[in-house]
Every structure is written in structure tokens, then in C-alpha cells.
Design a protein around this ligand. Structure first.
Ligand code: SAJ
Length: 416
């Protein structure tokens, strides 16, 4: 079976590697020529456990090759980004539409087309299906179209793609059945067949559930700071209840999913999606909360403070992914407030970021914005020798203890 996967990013590439590993002939298509070149040399361009070896093997064994052009295949899978439009917060289908149009000339009767990109409810029925119908295909009869949202967590993609459950939402039952069979090639989790619109809204709602719960935790952090209660202790206590799971407060919600998908639902039903919008607003307010409190901490503890060391720009720990990261708004805000900012993130190869030693020199405060493992156990001797004042503001609650001469501030003691 030949599978053509359009979009070789965080989802498309690992998916391609798994189909190739399981005996399929895979063509990975990407608009970026540099990426295509690297992939054909067996070099993965994303940081994700297990992906490098998988792609190297797939290329060496001749099961995978990349190209900037599509070719005939049995199944086409679309894994391109879906940003949101800033004007009306709706789902921007530009890349999905162009990917669908790009395969029109090579499509044959009997082909299966699967959209994996996260899309707003009704997109498959109202926007994607007509693209293929215009070309003369009867969906469910001579072309099989389904939405099968990816649901994997960056950092665990290779493992989760195999073991997670999959929702397959077809335009017809036959579309669902055929698309589900494709995933049976390597998926060990349950494969659930449903309608396209149900699959679309389920996927958006999963990330919305998480976003709303994080907003609740962030609101609790603000309440704790306001009324003088340790919010982190509250979370620990409340979560001892068997049916309570308060999430973790942080510097804001980043990534290409949680910070975007809730808007897809909101834009479809703004009059009723009230909690969803409020949660987005609350999470978007967190960079401002961090900026404000960093200023307060420094004006209390180090009136001469000039330099802040920002630890982490990735939106999540142990990755090199900075999409929608709240770190950028915080950095800009602190710069505007007049601070000198030294950025350190060991996962990025960026000439503007500094290594640990450089970043901490004469610093008045270390501001932790990402839960990278490297930040959980800092070299306090080196910090002690190099920092101007020994203050750490840990917005991710990853540092449990510091030496006596350090001041550790987190969302549990902001009120002090
Ligand atoms: N965050 C918090 N507090 C928490 C948990 C997360 O502030 O308690 C923040 C993180 O720091 C990060 C953001 O939320 O900035 C999102 O991180 P994440 O690790 O929760 O999620 P993503 O965006 O990396 O992946 C999500 C996953 N969805 C769910 O867990 C419901 C993943 O399964 C999806 O496949 C992915 O979105 C996607 O592509 O939609």
C-alpha cells in the first residue's frame, strides 16, 4: 500500500515513519525544500524521541522518501497546520485547502483521503468535501473522505500514535470503515468510527477541556496571591479528593493546540461558548500577571535590578517547540519595562540566546518559564558566584528547594 502524507511536521513525519516501519511505501510531501532534502538523507528536522532512528531506518530500507511534489498513491493523509484568523478567531483552513487541491491531479477512483489537521466543526462537510466533489468524485462511492484528528502529546508522539485511541469520522460509514482500516496498520488503541463533524468537535473539545481546566488553575493562582493563600498547597490538598484534578498554573498556555483549538469552537458559536472564551482570556492574561509580579518582586528585593535571566522559551518542557509560547510576550513586556533580558534555553540553537554561564552573569532574578529537566536541578554554586541577587521566580513550580541564601518565589508564595 502506498501512502502519501502531505505535511512533514510534528505529526506528519512520525506518522510517515510508523507507516513505513509497518511495511507501507510512504511518500512524505512538504513545501519546504530544505526539509525534503534533509529527510531524504534520513535526517529528521524535528526534536522528538525516537523519530531520528525511525526516519533513518525508513530511508535506508527504501520504505520512505520525501518530495515537494505529490504522486499517485492509495491513501492521502493531510497533516498541515491550521492557525486561527486573528480577526474573527475562526479556523484558518488555507493550508488544508491548498493541500487538498495539491492532490486533485493525482487522485484516482477508490483512493482514501484523511484529514488529520485539527479543524473547526463542519469543515469536512462544508469546505473540504466540495473540493473533491467539484473534481467529479462521489464521496463514499469512488473517493473515501474522513477526518481523523491526531491526539498525541509532543515528547511522546511515537509511542502515543501507536497506543492512543483514534476517532475516525467519515463522510459516510464506508468512508469511516476504510479510513479506520488504514490506521489498523499500526494503531494498537481502539479505533472508533463516527461522523466527520463529531470527530471534529470531539478533537477541539479535548483541548478545550484542558484549556478551561488550566484557566481554573491560573485563576486560583491569582486568587491565592490576592487573598494570601498558598495556591499550590490548595491544589495539592484539593487533588486528594478522588474526583478532583486541578491542573497546574503557569505563565500562560502555549503550543499549537490548546491556545488555538478552543477558538475554533468559539468562532462557530460565540453566543453560547462563554466559558471557552473566558478561559482563553484568562490564560492569555497570564503573561501580564508574570510581568507584573516580576516587577513587584524586584522592586521589593532588588531596587537596582537591571538584568533578568529568562529560563525557557519553549511552550513545554524538554522540547524545542516555541509555537504560541507565552515566553515571548513576557520577554517583550519586561524589556518594555526597562529590564535587560538574558534568554537561556538549552533546546534552541539560536544566536540570540545565551548559555547558562552567560545568562546568569550579574543577574538579579532567574525567571523560569519552561519545565525543562535542566532547570529542575540548577548549579547553585555557579548561580551564587555569578548572580547579583539570588532570586528565582519559578512560574512552573519545578524547583522544590533552594539553598538558604536563595529566595524562591512561585505561585504558592506570591502574596508574601
Ligand atoms: N499547561 C499548563 N498547565 C497544565 C498543563 C499544561 O499551564 O496543567 C500549559 C503548558 O505549559 C503548555 C500548554 O498548557 O503551555 C499546552 O501543553 P500540553 O502539554 O497540555 O498540550 P499540547 O498542546 O502539547 O498537546 C495537546 C494535547 N491535548 C490534550 O492533552 C487534551 C495532545 O493530546 C493533542 O494531540 C495536542 O494538544 C494537539 O495536537 O491537539
Amino acid at each position: 500500500m502506498k501512502i502519501c502524507i502531505v505535511g512533514q511536521g510534528y505529526i506528519g513525519l512520525p506518522t510517515a515513519a510508523l507507516f513505513a516501519k509497518n511495511g507501507c511505501e510512504v511518500l512524505g510531501v512538504d513545501v519546504n525544500e530544505e526539509i525534503v532534502k534533509k529527510l531524504n538523507q534520513g535526517i529528521a528536522h524535528i526534536e522528538e524521541p525516537g523519530i531520528s532512528d525511525s526516519i533513518k531506518n525508513a530511508v535506508e530500507e527504501g520504505h520512505y522518501h520525501a518530495s515537494s511534489k505529490v504522486e499517485e498513491a492509495d491513501t492521502f493523509i493531510i497533516t498541515v497546520p491550521t492557525p486561527y484568523l486573528k480577526e474573527d478567531l475562526s479556523c484558518d483552513l488555507t493550508y488544508v485547502i491548498s493541500a487538498c487541491k495539491s492532490i486533485l491531479d493525482v487522485l484516482k477512483k477508490g483512493n482514501i483521503v484523511i484529514i488529520e489537521s485539527t479543524i473547526a466543526p463542519m469543515s469536512t462537510d462544508e469546505i473540504i468535501k466540495p473540493i473533491f466533489e467539484k473534481k467529479g468524485f462521489v464521496i463514499g462511492k469512488d473517493l473515501f473522505l474522513a477526518h481523523c484528528p491526531e491526539r498525541v502529546l509532543p515528547g511522546q508522539i511515537m509511542e502515543e500514535l501507536v497506543n492512543n485511541n483514534r476517532i475516525v469520522g467519515g463522510i459516510t460509514e464506508e468512508c469511516s470503515r476504510k479510513a479506520a482500516d488504514i490506521y489498523r496498520t499500526f494503531v494498537k488503541g481502539e479505533i472508533i468510527e463516527t461522523e466527520a463533524k463529531t470527530a471534529e468537535l470531539s478533537k477541539c473539545m479535548e483541548n478545550t477541556f484542558r484549556d478551561v481546566n488550566i484557566a481554573l488553575a491560573n485563576e486560583l493562582a491569582k486568587i491565592g496571591a490576592e487573598i494570601g493563600v498558598n495556591a499550590l498547597d490548595v491544589i495539592e490538598m484539593a487533588n486528594k479528593h478522588p474526583r478532583v484534578n486541578i491542573h497546574s498554573p503557569g505563565p500562560g498556555v502555549g503550543g499549537h493546540c490548546l491556545a488555538i483549538d478552543p477558538y475554533f469552537i468559539y468562532a462557530k458559536a460565540p453566543d453560547v461558548a462563554k466559558i471557552i472564551k473566558l478561559a482563553r482570556d484568562t490564560n492569555n492574561s497570564m503573561p501580564g500577571f508574570v510581568i507584573e509580579n516580576t516587577g513587584k518582586i524586584l522592586s521589593n528585593l532588588d531596587k537596582e535590578a537591571k538584568k533578568i535571566s529568562v529560563f525557557g522559551v519553549a511552550y513545554k518542557g524538554n522540547t524545542d517547540d516555541a509555537r504560541e509560547s507565552p515566553a515571548f510576550e513576557i520577554i517583550t513586556g519586561l524589556k518594555t519595562a526597562g529590564y535587560e533580558i538574558a534568554i537561556h534555553d538549552p533546546h534552541f540553537d539560536n544566536s540570540e540566546y545565551l548559555d547558562f554561564d552567560e545568562a546568569i552573569k550579574d543577574s538579579s532574578l532567574i525567571l523560569i518559564l519552561t519545565d525543562h529537566d535542566q532547570f529542575k536541578d540548577l548549579d547553585y554554586d555557579l548561580l551564587c558566584k555569578n548572580m547579583k541577587t539570588k532570586i528565582i521566580f519559578d512560574t512552573k513550580n519545578i524547583i522544590k528547594e533552594v539553598p538558604e541564601d536563595f529566595t524562591l518565589i512561585n505561585y504558592g508564595n506570591l502574596y508574601k
